[in-house]
Design a protein around this ligand. Structure first.
Ligand SMILES: C[S@@+](CC[C@H](N)C(=O)[O-])C[C@H]1O[C@@H](n2cnc3c(N)ncnc32)[C@H](O)[C@@H]1O
Length: 276
């Protein structure tokens, strides 16, 4: 008999929600129809909930490609992951392969294996790109990184392929035009930095600035008008608390695990905002 493990995030991702999960779960509506997560990242909330009907999306193309490959081509991915080595020079060759003109010809499976490999072997496991869009994190020197976590990848594959989970590579606003009354939307946008130094919003080339936070708030209002339940997490920055004042933001504490400055690791206040 096949054992069904609970899927877990298959990548370590800046802003991963593991710490805040219990509070998020507590604040969710008891029932809903379709689950929407348009800033899905590593999917900590998605995999905790395992909704049977969901629409998930992210603007990061490499990330969404990896979800699709785990769902559609798992066996090929496992073979490809098995080829990767935890060795310094090899790491840099794989890391910098996206600088070569032939990179565009790589298959989706090869690209997904590269991202998982780099994420498991790079310093701090932090996905970060420079201003030209290249992954620029140094080698992590881990002794036994689990490059190919077969059991978890199988669990993620089972979840994604056995349920109605639509996986999109779209901007959040486009994704949410489909949501209707009775659906539930969880929003986990890149956080508004609490200070200049605490900014780690380097997920993609175009930064998620205050104008983007305001665009998201307008979408939040539109969903509210349409009777869609929405829960949003963000940092407790004065800008965010003020922007959502009418929804009475709930202050929570969370421990951040990814931060380039060790002194900034620790309790940082976040807010949860809901319209129900
Ligand atoms: C805070 S992370 C999500 C963390 C995730 N909930 C987790 O548990 O790992 C924010 C995500 O938003 C994505 N993003 C940034 N701008 C976006 C946009 N305009 N539309 C959709 N996704 C976007 C980033 O690529 C990133 O993965």
């Amino acid at each position: 008999m096949e054992t069904h493990l609970t899927p877990q995030p298959f990548l370590k991702w800046a802003g991963g929600k593991r710490q805040l999960l219990p509070e998020i779960i507590k604040q969710m509506p008891e029932t809903f129809h379709t689950y929407y997560e348009p800033f899905v990242g590593a999917g900590a909330v998605l995999f905790r909930l395992e909704p049977t009907q969901a629409v998930v999306s992210d603007i990061n193309e490499e990330l969404i490609n990896t979800y699709c490959v785990i769902r559609d081509s798992l066996e090929e991915l496992l073979v490809e992951l098995g080829k990767h080595q935890n060795e310094r020079e090899y790491y840099y060759a794989v890391r910098d392969s996206d600088l070569s003109p032939e990179f565009g010809e790589r298959s989706p499976v090869e690209k997904a294996a590269r991202i998982i490999y780099l994420n498991k072997t790079c310093f701090n496991g932090l996905f970060r790109v420079n201003s030209k869009g290249h992954f620029n994190v140094p080698f992590g020197r881990y002794v036994h990184p689990k490059i190919c976590d077969v059991e978890n990848l199988r669990a993620v594959h089972a979840y994604l392929s056995e349920h109605q989970v639509e996986i999109l590579h779209q901007d959040f606003e486009a994704v949410l035009t489909q949501a209707v009354e009775g659906d539930f939307v969880y929003l986990d946008p890149p956080y508004e930095p609490l200070s200049e130094t605490s900014s780690f919003t380097s997920y993609s080339l175009k930064g998620f600035n205050q104008a983007e936070q305001v665009r998201l708030k307008k979408v939040f209002d539109k969903l509210t008008e349409r009777g869609v339940d929405v829960l949003l997490s963000n940092s407790a920055s004065p800008f965010i608390v003020d922007l959502y004042a009418e929804y009475h933001p709930l202050l929570v504490s969370a421990t951040r695990t990814i931060n380039s400055k060790a002194s900034l690791r620790g309790k940082i206040d976040e807010v949860l905002i809901k319209n129900y």
